[in-house]
Ligand binder design. Sequence first.
Ligand SMILES: Nc1ncnc2c1ncn2[C@@H]1O[C@H](COP(=O)(O)OP(=O)(O)OP(=O)(O)O)[C@@H](O)[C@H]1O
Length: 253
Amino acid sequence: MTAPSPAISVSDLSKSYGSTTAVGGVDLAVDRGVVYGFLGPNGAGKTTTMRMLTGLVEPSSGEARVAGVDCRDRAELVSHIGLLPEEPPLYDELSGREQLAFAADVRSLSWDSVSERALPLVDRLGLSSDLDKRVDGYSKGMRQKLAFVQAVQHDPDVAFLDEPTSGLDPRAAKTLRELITELRAEGTTVFLSTHILPVVEEIADVVGVLHDGRLVAEGPPSELVAQREDEAGDGDLEDAFLELTSEHPEPGR
Ligand SMILES: Nc1ncnc2c1ncn2[C@@H]1O[C@H](COP(=O)(O)OP(=O)(O)OP(=O)(O)O)[C@@H](O)[C@H]1O
């Protein structure tokens, strides 16, 4: 019996814009059913990597497969993935419900077939009473909640979430963290890009740290922290992150 292929496999993936190397030779293998925390300073190449993995940007070189599908084949990829980007694609003139139905339709799914999954998510996020209001009347947090439901309502193999708690109040952010761990329990792989390190420490199984377009560390958060703890055993993911992404790392490290 052959082992199942990883949810995400990336080999020597690069993307350049003119003389700027946004991503420079990244290798990744993300197992199915894990939460992968994707970290890196501003401009490290996280968004570019996610855009390549979701078929929105053509790599300059290298290979990337998600759920076994070549990322250059966006038409095939789209039914396997969900994406919550930094700026969610929502149509102002639609109601929340129409927006979700539209997103289902893009994947050739009927609203009836996804609503059983979508509506409980809408309810958990406290959006039910606003679902028939127009999106242009939504607050930032309401837009973010709708965009999250849109990204996962079709039960994707891999969900790409860029700062999913952005704009959410503390209660909604907590619910969203719970929903991410529930997705994992259902077997969904979650690729989570965020600057909120305590969230990653809490819910990620594995963390990858990108710096200047290269993966400089990868492992369970506790391992990354343990490798960089001081003699007193103090340290957290923020300390590890700051050291890993420092322009001038400590000598000997
Ligand atoms: N379309 C583009 N054209 C030119 N340069 C780009 C383009 N997209 C990204 N870049 C450059 O690639 C590098 C990586 O950008 P990217 O948006 O992937 O970083 P990021 O890690 O997502 O940053 P942030 O945390 O600030 O969102 C940056 O130097 C950026 O200026």
